[in-house]
Design a protein around this ligand. Structure first.
Ligand SMILES: Cc1cc2nc3c(=O)[nH]c(=O)nc-3n(C[C@H](O)[C@H](O)[C@H](O)COP(=O)(O)OP(=O)(O)OC[C@H]3O[C@@H](n4cnc5c(N)ncnc54)[C@H](O)[C@@H]3O)c2cc1C
Length: 337
């Protein structure tokens, strides 16, 4: 049995199978709605119900707030319905020809970037063009049906091979495999591109990029893309890491800054203690942003990294005047098997 969902204000319509997530149904039919974790925690897929009833696939998701129900707000990644629905949500436009599909790929090359970060360079089938926006991510499809999300560090104009940065997670299935068993020529399956984390090139505001750890991966792709597009907007990259060794592409960024007067760079270390020679910013990366930009009302911000960093930054940036629609983020939520 299927139900119809109408999106406002666009009026576009899609169908949902019973017991299927509304978000997944939309993506399956080529309708790009905002999302990130797909596990009910990051709140990127928040929408408003105008008409109709819904329930949650696995009970109330962890990202749901007490005020959401009374306000008619729903987290689409976890919601299902058995009746026709009318919802209000912003649709994303990644661009012509960009749609999510599954494809095999081969590990062409591996490069250890830091003690716990490995770059994978993936060769995709040449018969099938893989179109995406810089900043989007892919899901690796594991043999037992589980999936793991990783951002694309390449820009679309230089995506062969496709670059991915994998941080080693203690006990992590996929990252453990990458660091332990993966070898060049290994075969993987992925689904992508996914997500709505890409630069709004039409806007003219100065951009602040904030990365935490491997949150630098999508931002690397975005920066290379905006350089390629010739964007002249002022841009400031803040990169937060534990120690200097974790700023695994610091040299590359400094080279960019040397030749691009519109780009500024502030690395921030949270565990600088014991690093006597570190003269740069210390503490939490989002606080370093606020020290430099106490009024964010005229900026556009792109944030990616660990969920704790995203949550803290979202709250504090809003309190410092950042309009809600000028905050774009990808929260590196852990896979919810
Ligand atoms: C949209 C998106 C993009 C992402 N992009 C990247 C990326 O570019 N690079 C990257 O390194 N990661 C990225 N992540 C995070 C990555 O998908 C998760 O960390 C994933 O769970 C790692 O898979 P794994 O199999 O290695 O570990 P799992 O088997 O999933 O995890 C094993 C255990 O560790 C916990 N855990 C998992 N990840 C972390 C963590 N980061 N910190 C602390 N505990 C953890 C889990 O809860 C679990 O208990 C992204 C996540 C999302 C949602």
């Amino acid at each position: 049995m299927t139900s119809d969902v109408v999106i406002r204000p666009s009026g576009r319509k899609f169908s949902v199978e019973q017991d299927e997530s509304i978000l997944i149904a939309a993506l399956r039919q080529g309708i790009q709605l905002p999302h990130s974790c797909r596990g009910g925690s990051c709140r990127s897929c928040l929408a408003r119900i105008i008409n109709g009833e819904f329930s949650y696939l696995h009970g109330p998701p962890i990202g749901l707030l007490p005020a959401d129900g009374p306000a008619g707000r729903v987290l689409l990644c976890q919601a299902k319905t058995s009746v026709d629905l009318e919802i209000e949500v912003r649709e994303l436009d990644p661009g012509p020809g960009i749609s999510t599909h599954r494809l095999p790929c081969r590990v062409q090359r591996m490069k250890q970037l830091a003690p716990d970060v490995m770059a994978l360079f993936l060769k995709l089938p040449s018969v099938e063009p893989f179109l995406f926006r810089a900043g989007q991510y892919v899901d690796f499809l594991l043999r037992d049906g589980k999936r793991r999300s990783f951002s694309i560090a390449s820009p679309p104009h230089d995506a062969d091979p496709l670059e991915i940065h994998v941080r080693k997670v203690p006990g992590g299935r996929f990252s453990g495999w990458v660091f332990g068993e993966c070898q060049e020529k290994a075969l993987l399956r992925l689904e992508g591109p996914l997500g709505g984390f890409f630069v709004d090139e039409k806007d003219a505001r100065p951009i602040i990029f904030v990365a935490g750890g491997t949150g630098f991966a999508p931002i690397k792709g975005m920066l290379r893309q905006v350089f390629q597009a010739g964007l002249k907007r002022p841009m400031h990259l803040f990169w937060g890491a534990c120690q200097e060794i974790d700023l695994y592409e610091d040299g590359l960024i400094r080279e960019w800054v040397g030749v691009r007067p519109t780009l500024r760079y502030t690395p921030v270390l949270s565990e600088a203690a014991g690093q006597d020679n570190w003269a740069g910013a210390k503490g939490w990366v989002h606080q370093a942003v606020l020290e430099e930009y106490p009024d964010l009302s005229g900026h556009q911000v792109y944030l990616s990294g660990p969920p704790q960093m995203i949550d803290a930054a979202r709250a504090d940036f809003a309190a410092h005047g950042l309009p809600e629609d000028q905050l774009h983020f990808d929260s590196f939520e852990y896979a919810l098997d």
